[in-house]
Unconditional design. Structure first.
Length: 131
């Protein structure tokens, strides 16, 4: 029973979020682009961390980058409500729905990154202790 649970968890985390297409609303597109750039950068850092041997020497650099990402995420999440309000006012409504959907994807990417960072920082600490 426990093995099955573990497998489900890895499958879930392995499913990468997909960057939505541009919706033609500058504020929305900028937000989504920033969110997914952060998310994709974080995914690359995750790969570096899982390659333990290669990343011990980069640990300090990765840690700085993760801390910087956390600040960026906080800033972007702070802006998300304003951008969402603008997106809901876009006409025609079909464009507004696309923008809201894209924003939701961007917010999801930010939250996924935000949730991943503490574990990544912990992995760096653990690797540092193994040195």
């Amino acid at each position: 029973k426990e093995k099955k649970k573990k497998k489900e968890k890895t499958e879930k985390s392995a499913k990468a979020l997909e960057r939505p297409a541009s919706v033609g609303h500058a504020a929305t597109d900028d937000f989504v682009t920033s969110a997914f750039n952060l998310y994709e950068t974080n995914q690359k850092l995750s790969k570096q961390l899982s390659d333990a041997a290669g990343s011990v020497s980069d640990a300090g650099k990765i840690k700085e980058e993760l801390e910087g990402q956390m600040k960026e995420i906080t800033g972007l999440l702070g802006k998300s409500a304003d951008v969402m309000k603008q997106a809901k006012e876009i006409t025609p409504a079909t464009n507004s729905m696309k923008a809201v959907k894209a924003l939701n994807a961007g917010t999801k990417a930010l939250n996924a990154t935000k949730e991943a960072i503490p574990g990544q920082l912990e992995a760096i600490k653990t690797q540092g202790a193994k040195k």
